[in-house]
Design a protein around this ligand. Structure first.
Ligand code: ZN
Length: 336
């Protein structure tokens, strides 16, 4: 794989182009982070100030520069604009650049950029709302499998096994945690994120992802607990409720518990339920309704840590393979 088959002076030019593309994608990811968890359209309406509704014109919407030029204030009402907007843009730009450094101008750059563009918003959504939207993780998993096709049958097989093993292993941990400890050890959305990571990075990376995510999450969680009294962020708002009578997405238990369901159908649903049924997030109250889950002081959202571990294995593989003993590097899925 040649890292630059382009004439010398074009290389830096295209690298700058990719960085700027990353900034623009990051600007769009800010919209995704703000709207997807609230089930709002990411296309319409255009960006506006969350305080006063002031519609942003094109020159107020330029990644990084607008935030600097506006001195972090809305032009309509003067409300401060969070530094997180330019931060997400810059982060995405830098990660795009890092992907180029890692893969060069090869086909592998495409799935890498797609994975980055999924992991950045998923991490921030989980930090804000303690959820990982299925619309992003499940379609991300499918994208990971599709993007492996041009890499050949072996890559496709690794992606399929990665998605299946990632999902099933976390599903099993979730099930055991619920049976043994009678409580939720993992967020219900985590297994879909791990399936997505397995699809993009193959099953070989799964053990490394699990290890890196738990170790870093535990260390930072403990430090945060000592410093701020909380291991994770506070839940700012309740999740949007499913309207009455409507089937919540992917909840087989809903159908399973309906009275008057024929016995054979119930029997058929058992294996399906075991696989896809979300484990109740919270104990049920007297009316059998799920109580709203509120993160405890020691709760840590796992999604951001899984995303970070995925990025580390994606981008630092060759470096890890160099510094770690070969056996351990192979076990962690660090490919040279
Ligand atoms: Zn405003």
């Amino acid at each position: 794989m040649t890292h630059s088959s382009l004439p010398g002076y074009f290389g830096p030019l295209f690298a700058v182009f990719l960085f700027v593309l990353g900034l623009c994608v990051g600007s769009f990811l800010n919209v995704v982070i703000a709207r997807v968890p609230l089930d709002q359209s990411i296309v319409r309406p255009g960006s506006r100030c969350p305080k006063c509704g002031h519609v942003l014109s094109w020159y107020e919407n330029i990644p990084l520069l607008s935030w600097l030029a506006l001195r972090a204030r809305c032009r309509g009402c003067g409300a401060p604009i969070s530094a997180r907007y330019p931060m997400v843009e810059l982060l995405t730009g830098l990660l795009y650049f890092a992907c180029l450094r890692r893969f060069g101008w090869s086909y592998e750059l495409v799935p890498a950029l797609v994975l980055v563009s999924l992991l950045v918003p998923l991490a921030f959504i989980d930090l804000d709302h303690w959820i990982l939207p299925l619309s992003m993780t499940v379609s991300g998993m499918l994208a990971g499998i599709m993007l492996a096709i041009p890499l050949g049958t072996e890559a496709l097989r690794d992606a399929l096994i990665g998605a299946a093993v990632g999902f099933l292993s976390f599903r099993l941990m979730e099930y055991v945690g619920w049976k043994v400890f009678q409580r939720e050890a993992l967020g219900a959305g985590d297994k879909y994120l791990v399936a997505m990571l397995g699809a993009f990075l193959s099953w070989r990376a799964l053990l490394g992802i699990l290890l890196f995510a738990s170790m870093q999450g535990a260390v930072v969680g403990i430090v945060m607990l000592l410093l701020t009294g909380r291991a994770g962020p506070r839940a700012e708002e309740a999740e949007p409720e499913t309207p009455e009578g409507e089937v919540p997405p992917l909840t087989m238990t809903w159908e399973f518990t309906q009275p008057g369901l024929p016995f054979w159908k119930r029997l058929l649903l058992v294996p399906v339920c075991l696989l896809v049924q979300p484990i109740p997030d919270a104990p049920l109250d007297e009316e059998g309704e799920e109580e709203e889950w509120i993160p405890e002081r020691t709760s840590i959202p796992f999604g951001p840590w899984l995303a970070l571990a995925g990025l580390e294995l994606l981008l630092l593989g060759p470096w890890l393979a160099r510094i770690l003993p070969p056996d351990i590097a192979m076990m962690l899925g660090a490919v040279p």
